[in-house]
Design a protein around this ligand. Structure first.
Ligand SMILES: *Cc1c(COP(=O)(O)O)cnc(C)c1O
Length: 355
């Protein structure tokens, strides 16, 4: 049976990316060696990193003066690297979920942290809008897509201080105005590559402004100076990331990814809104295109396990909501075909007919 992969992360990747990576694992560039057996300093691997960096810059239209890094440690290590490198006195954070909160917790070890707004009181079902960012903050940190709750900032904000964003789960799903940010980071395992690599886009001249000592490995400058090769980078995930970047370009770039994401999300939300058995959990205007969260309508609450079983038998994978919120979550990342979203919709409609 065909599987429809709605996993939240690690998650679906384009089939070609998996096949090309599998080939390179068996034989890298006709070298007779596996991608897993070569030195990251091999002359054949440097072009992989160079092309990945170049495609990041091209696809996201990154202005001059920024570096693109491929590191280890996941988005979770960035929660600490960000304040280490950028927080001198005060930083502002928007609390839109567990990931935002974790980022904020790390920052508190480095200086004053202002939580400008929070939607914790409503289990993060919306993104706060009325707040002021202190003008003297070193940066304003946001999480553009809240993977667990299915809310998303679909446009770049206008604020009076430089922004830093965790874009783990919506990178490459829309064009972004990188010039508004001094740092954008994320774990690759949602929309880009298998787990193991973290991408960081950093504005070069925003660095070097904090007075503390920064441990070598946690200093962005180290990785800029060594082109992400200070130590052994995650070679296989970087190779896979390159294949995804090529795929995005071949499909028409981030504008096309956005068009598809909007189309898929509109289809699924329309069904959630139409079907009497389900309700969406995120505020209408903040609905994520990447993670679509819904629950059973109150009068059908006891059928949750039944629907899960029904959908699983029809090939749906990974639609269980995050353990902290329950219900269902259909993650529709870039690689998710429209046909899989339609298959889920068909499931919801068939289930409704039975009840
Ligand atoms: C998954 C996720 C993280 C955690 O990423 P790791 O790479 O596992 O540390 C952080 N932020 C967001 C928005 C996520 O979706």
């Amino acid at each position: 049976m065909k599987k429809h992969n709605f996993n939240a992360g690690p998650s679906i990747l384009p089939r070609e990316v998996i096949e090309d990576t599998a080939k390179a694992i068996l034989d890298f560039n006709g070298s007779g060696l596996s991608l897993m057996e070569i030195s990251h300093r091999a002359k054949d691997f440097q072009p992989v990193v160079d092309e990945a960096v170049a495609l990041f810059k091209e696809l996201l239209n990154i202005p001059e003066g920024y570096s693109v890094l491929f590191l280890g440690g996941g988005a979770s290590l960035e929660f600490c690297m960000v304040p280490f490198n950028f927080l001198e006195k005060k930083a502002a954070y928007l609390n839109t979920g567990v990931w935002a909160k974790k980022a904020m917790k790390e920052a508190k070890a480095f200086g004053e942290v202002v939580e400008v707004a929070s939607s914790a009181e409503s289990t993060y079902t919306y993104i706060p809008k009325d707040y002021t960012v202190p003008a003297d903050a070193d940066y304003f940190h946001i999480t553009t897509n809240n993977t667990i709750y299915g809310t998303e900032l679909k446009e770049d904000l206008d604020v009076n201080v430089p922004m830093i964003a965790d874009m783990s789960s919506d990178i490459f799903s829309r064009p972004i105005d990188v010039s508004k940010y001094i740092c954008i980071y994320g774990g690759a395992q949602k929309n880009l590559a298998p787990s193991g690599v973290t991408f960081v886009i950093v504005k070069n001249d925003a660095l070097g402004k904090v007075s503390r000592y920064i441990p070598t490995m946690l200093n962005y400058q180290t990785h800029i100076d060594s082109g992400s090769m200070f130590n052994t980078p995650p070679v296989v995930p970087i190779y896979a990331a390159l294949q995804t970047l090529r795929w995005i370009k071949a499909q028409g770039g981030v504008k096309e990814m956005e068009r598809r994401a909007t189309e898929k999300a509109d289809m699924l939300y329309a069904e959630i809104d139409r079907n009497k058995m389900f309700v969406g959990t995120a505020a209408q205007e903040d609905r994520s295109r990447m993670n679509i969260c819904f629950v059973m309508a109150p009068e059908y609450k006891e059928l949750e396990a039944d629907f899960m079983k029904f959908a699983t038998e029809r090939g749906m994978v990974g639609i269980k909501g995050h353990r902290s919120v329950g219900g269902f979550r259909a993650s529709c990342y870039n690689a998710m075909p429209k046909e899989s979203v339609q298959a889920l919709i068909d499931c919801m409609q068939e289930f409704e007919k039975l009840h």
